[in-house]
Design a protein around this ligand. Structure first.
Ligand code: ZN
Length: 451
């Protein structure tokens, strides 16, 4: 154990030496990061085989690759893949903006690039074709232990102080709920277009607005329209802005083999639509950046989905219904010293490079914040705090989350060691009594060794 730890430390130290100082001559004011969820190189080739000349493929100042692994898995899920881009560190699969535990067992909450931007007085926005509670927008706005805690994610988002959060319609945030927290709520394209600078807006739209063009009767704007409007609203302060734009349906449509089967044209076409819809949004962002002169736009993906490959006839096909560990493209517009062209970079260095362009100190990002860690820990699990030392009902689902959180603790604490020692099967049935013990141990009311 000791030996492997010192080897690890040596490796970390050597690795730290290899991270270049991201020196940039010009200081930028605005950053737009655009994430094509699941978008690999062959997704771009697929769109070109359908006759599209992609803006992102022809206008970049610099092109490279990102290595997308998470802290625990060669192949990341969207939660950990997006978190690396949001906080500047790799994390455990399925977690959203949570770094692990310090040696005292306190949960470490990293500060996302969005939060850090807001603290510096920048305007902040996150927009997506996914639900606002989807993994990628969640990575840039909240901190939860498990990506499917949608109500927790919505609650943290509606209580946040960002300037805009827009995505697809869902039931977790109502118009009244948003208003009560000081947001202007927008539920369709007209309401979004009518927004005035200075407003803070929560948007939830209905319809296939990930498509390149949406019918004029649609409730929903296109991603390109959302991007243009978001920039107009955010580009109003003295301190610049941070905007994240996600094209979520490149991933969603690259999964979905149950709907389309692998080689059905309808599946390929839906993926091409999502790529082109995302590309149109990139064009809007880059045209703004070129005119503005103080904005850097970085386009990448959190991972590749579908293991797209060219067959012997050169036709792009889908091989898997899953994510892969393939490198994904990175395009930079408006700056060419963020890394060397053609270089493959580790995903978590991307936000570090962007904040260096803004002139931030290294102690400003990446960074963690302290807080009521245990309370957050329990909140994060979706467990009612009052149940910890009472006889309240704890469901099997709560227990599984608690177990998961405990086992995922890193570095290893006495608490998590108890679980490792017990060789607990995460999929086994967990009783309410077990759950109560776990929760009591989490807040120090009993020792794991006593049971
Ligand atoms: Zn993803």
């Amino acid at each position: 154990m000791k030996k492997s730890l010192s080897l690890l430390l040596a490796a970390v130290f050597l690795f730290a030496l290899c991270i270049p100082a991201f020196a940039a001559e010009k200081r930028y004011k605005n950053v737009i990061i655009m994430i094509g969820d699941g978008m690999g190189e062959n997704h771009l080739k697929l769109a070109e085989q359908y006759g599209h000349t992609l803006f992102m493929n022809t206008n970049y100042d610099l092109r490279g690759q990102s290595m997308t692994s998470s802290a625990t898995n060669l192949t990341t899920d969207s939660a950990a893949g997006g978190t690396a881009l949001a906080i500047g560190n790799r994390v455990i699969n399925w977690t959203v903006g949570v770094l692990g535990y310090d040696p005292l067992g306190q949960l470490k909450l990293p500060i996302s690039i969005t939060e850090a931007s807001a603290r510096k007085g920048m305007k902040t926005g996150v927009i997506t074709t996914d639900n606002t509670t989807g993994a990628t927008p969640a990575d840039f706005t909240v901190h939860v232990l498990y990506r499917k805690q949608y109500e927790k994610i919505a609650q943290q988002q509606v209580e946040s102080e960002f300037d805009l959060i827009w995505g697809a319609r869902e039931s977790y945030v109502s118009r009244d709920d948003a208003k009560a927290h000081g947001w202007t709520y927008v539920g369709n394209r007209d309401e979004m277009m009518a927004l005035e600078p200075g407003s803070r807006s929560f948007g939830q739209f209905k319809g296939q607005f990930w498509r390149p063009t949406v019918p004029s009767s649609s409730d929903a704007p296109s991603l390109a329209e959302m991007t243009t409007k978001a920039i107009e609203l955010l580009n109003t302060g003295d301190n610049g802005f941070f905007l994240m734009v996600e094209g979520a349906h490149i991933d969603k449509n690259s999964h979905a083999s149950q709907d389309y089967k692998w080689d059905y044209d309808s599946k390929r076409e839906s993926v091409v639509d999502a790529v082109v819809g995302f590309d149109n949004a990139i064009r809007e962002a880059v045209e703004f950046a070129r005119e503005d002169g103080n904005t850097v736009v970085l386009v990448t993906a959190d991972h590749e989905t579908g293991n797209l490959f060219a067959d012997l006839d050169g036709r792009i096909r889908f091989h898997l219904d899953e994510h892969t560990a393939k490198n994904v493209p990175v395009f930079v517009y408006g700056n060419n010293d963020i890394f060397k062209g053609g270089q493959a970079v580790l995903n978590y260095t991307i936000p570090r490079r962007l904040t260096a362009l803004l002139g931030w100190d290294k102690d400003e990002f990446p960074a963690t914040q302290s807080g009521h860690a245990i309370i957050r820990f329990l909140d994060g699990m979706g467990v009612v705090r009052g149940d910890v030392d009472a006889d309240g009902q704890i469901t099997a689902a709560d227990a599984r989350l608690a177990m998961r959180a405990a086992v995922l603790a890193e570095p290893v604490t006495p608490f998590s060691q108890a679980f490792y020692a017990a060789n607990i099967d995460l999929d086994a049935a967990i009783t309410a009594a077990d759950a109560r013990h776990i929760l009591r141990a989490a807040v120090g009311l009993e020792s794991p060794k006593s049971w």
